[in-house]
Design a protein. Sequence first.
Length: 262
Amino acid sequence: MVHLHDSRETSASARGPAEAARAVHLTKVYGEGETKVVALDAVSVAFRQSEFTAIMGPSGSGKSTLMHCVAGLDAVTHGSAYIGDTDLTKLGDKELTHLRRDKVGFVFQAFNLLPTLNALENITLPMDIAGRTPDRRWMEAVIESVGLSGRLHHRPGQLSGGQQQRVAVARALAARPEVVFADEPTGNLDSRAGAEVLGFLRNSVRDLGQTVVMVTHDPVAASYASRVIFLADGRIADEMHQPTAEAVLDRMKRFDAAGRTS
Ligand SMILES: Nc1ncnc2c1ncn2[C@@H]1O[C@H](COP(=O)(O)OP(=O)(O)OP(=O)(O)O)[C@@H](O)[C@H]1O
């Protein structure tokens, strides 16, 4: 296994743990008048570099909204969202597009691979479009940890669901982003393929120093993270470190008992 920690992390560790992304008193309101929904209510949370955080909570608690606002995919109503030191609320559309392209990696439930390109071409596509040359050592490390070296010239249709999602994760990592946001990355996978993808995400944090923030409904998926943030009614309700699936499930049951799920 190649160990290739990010030099940003080394320099940051001299200053204490650096934050790859954070929300500061972030409020997100959808609609107005009778249809007004406060999806996030003054949420403050930081995601440190080289940390794997899972965001959990009942349906409608604001998980996706938090991820979308911090990733610059959705506008903030009040407060701020940062990637590194950059306040996203101060950026125009074009700057935001560049920041998302250069600093953020995304993994969604649907793999979103291009069917006519092989695995390697899919992995390097965003960098090709941006006209950037991939860092060779980093790419080799990503491809080694993704465990697809024998399948790099296969097209998505020739790969299993789990392999396709691992290609999607490698694509998110290829540009060496500040942070990777994963939204239900195992939602379309059976438990074995899901475990492969989660293991790969965890390795990318451990071996490559990547920062990962993952929204999930699944306590087993959350147990791969080193930290779980629980949202309820648009607020941070709890936090757990070194979670086990059982402990996460127990915590989620207490939300059910409080009648907060829909
Ligand atoms: N585009 C939108 N317009 C209006 N309301 C929205 C919109 N997106 C989300 N909401 C509302 O904001 C609240 C939080 O939604 P969000 O999708 O963030 O929750 P979630 O925890 O991710 O839910 P789930 O687990 O069901 O995906 C919900 O009440 C939802 O109905």
